[in-house]
Design a protein. Structure first.
Length: 95
């Protein structure tokens, strides 16, 4: 299964009707991609190997009857190699 990691603001700061990260997660979710998120502070290194304390994330698109929703699960330490896509620019800052 394809996994994407989003390095982003806290979920409470995401606005489902305006945030592009929300849209990216929704599109990936509809394509069967397993989405994860973490904040910048949740990135780290073990020697030359990078990791993220990442949590699974799911979204519900806004409808005319509601605002939409974004929910996250429990964080787990995961190596960057677990993800097919990640924030490459952010990871370069760790080197």
């Amino acid at each position: 299964m394809t996994r994407h990691l989003y390095v982003m603001d806290a979920l409470t700061r995401i606005h489902p009707q305006k945030d592009t990260t929300f849209a990216f997660i929704a599109e990936g979710q509809e394509r069967g991609i397993e989405n994860f998120f973490c904040e910048l502070a949740h990135l780290g290194t073990d020697g030359r190997s990078g990791f993220a304390h990442a949590a699974p994330v799911r979204v519900e698109r806004p409808t005319s009857a509601g605002r939409g929703a974004i929910t996250g699960g429990a964080r787990q330490k995961r190596p960057f190699d677990d993800f097919d896509v990640n924030a490459g620019g952010t990871l370069n800052l760790l080197e």
